[in-house]
Design a protein. Structure first.
Length: 268
C-alpha cells in the first residue's frame, strides 16, 4: 500500500499536468459519480493528507481519492492514450485542454464532494508531517490516549499520525530499538514521533532518498528489516524474523523485526 510520502510525491508529479489548467474532459467512472462531468473546470491545487489525495477544482469541488493496495495514476502526453488493455481499469480521466491526460487506474476510493466538506473524508485523520499544519504535540497526545496498545498497531492507526504505512512503521520500530509489540506506555513517544516526521520528510523531499531507511540505495540494503525475513540484520547479523499478517485484524499486519536489536515482547 502506498504510504504518505508516496502520495505526496504523486501529487507533485500530477501538478505540472493539472494545476492551473482547464479540463477538456473530466470523467469519474464509478457508479456513484457516473453522471458527474468535470469538463470546463480548472484544477486549483493538489493537496494530500496522509494517504489521501485531494484534487481541488474551481466552483468549490474536490475529488477525493485513495489508492489503497491496487490504485495508481499515470499521465500521458497530448495526443496519446492508454494501451487498450488498461482502459477497463480507468476510474478517473482528467484531460487538459491542449495538454496531457491523467488517468486514475483501479482506484477503489473515488469521491466528489464540496471543498468545504473535505473534513467528511479526512477529518478523522491525525496530524501529517508533510503538511504545513503538522502538530507533533497533537500526534503524541493521540498516541498517549491508548497506553496499553502496541507500538506498531498505534503507529499504523491513521487517526494518530497520518501517513505511516507498514514499511515505515517497521523501520521506525527498529530505529528506536523497540519490539513492534512494545506497549505504548514503555515508549518515548515524543522521540518516536520526531523520528517518524523526519523520516517521512526526508523520503519525500530529498532526491534519491525515497523510502531508503539505511542510507544505502543498494537493493536488499535499503531497509533495516522490512522485507528482509531470514536475512542477517545489517547492524548485528541476527536473522530478521517476520510475523504473518492475520487477515481481518488491523492490529496484526505482517511485521519484521530483529530480536537482538529490538528486545521486548514478541507477536504471541
Amino acid at each position: 500500500m502506498p504510504e504518505g510520502d508516496s502520495v505526496y510525491l504523486l501529487a507533485r508529479r500530477l501538478e505540472p499536468a493539472l494545476r492551473g489548467r482547464r479540463l477538456q474532459r473530466g470523467e469519474l467512472r464509478v457508479p456513484a459519480h457516473a453522471t458527474d462531468d468535470l469538463a470546463g473546470r480548472t484544477t486549483l491545487e493538489l493537496d494530500t493528507h496522509g494517504k489521501h489525495l485531494l484534487t481541488r477544482f474551481d466552483g468549490g469541488l474536490t475529488l477525493h481519492t485513495h489508492l489503497r493496495m491496487d490504485g495508481s495514476w499515470t499521465v500521458v502526453r497530448p495526443g496519446r492514450s492508454l494501451p487498450r488493455n488498461l482502459l477497463p481499469d480507468v476510474r478517473v480521466l482528467l484531460a487538459v485542454e491542449s495538454g496531457p491526460t491523467a488517468y486514475g487506474l483501479s482506484i477503489p476510493v473515488v469521491e466528489l464532494l464540496p471543498t468545504a466538506g473535505e473534513s467528511d473524508a479526512v477529518g478523522h485523520l491525525g496530524p501529517d508531517p508533510l503538511r504545513a499544519d503538522w502538530n507533533a504535540a497533537a500526534a503524541v497526545s493521540r498516541l498517549e490516549s491508548e497506553p496499553e496498545r502496541t507500538l506498531a498497531a498505534a503507529l499504523l492507526d491513521q487517526r494518530n499520525l497520518a501517513g505511516l504505512g507498514n514499511l515505515w512503521v517497521n523501520e521506525i520500530c527498529f530505529l528506536r530499538g523497540h519490539s513492534p509489540w512494545t506497549p505504548m506506555n514503555e515508549v518515548d513517544l515524543a522521540a518516536t514521533v520526531a523520528l517518524a516526521a523526519r523520516a517521512l520528510r526526508h523520503s519525500a523531499l530529498v532526491p534519491g532518498a525515497y523510502q531508503v531507511t539505511t542510507g544505502r540505495n543498494r537493493r536488499g540494503q535499503d531497509h533495516w528489516v522490512s522485507g528482509r525475513a531470514g536475512q542477517p540484520c545489517l547492524r548485528c547479523g541476527t536473522l530478521i524474523r517476520v510475523a504473518a499478517e492475520v487477515p481481518g485484524d488491523p492490529e496484526r499486519r505482517r511485521t519484521w523485526w530483529c530480536p537482538r536489536c529490538q528486545p521486548g515482547p514478541g507477536p504471541d
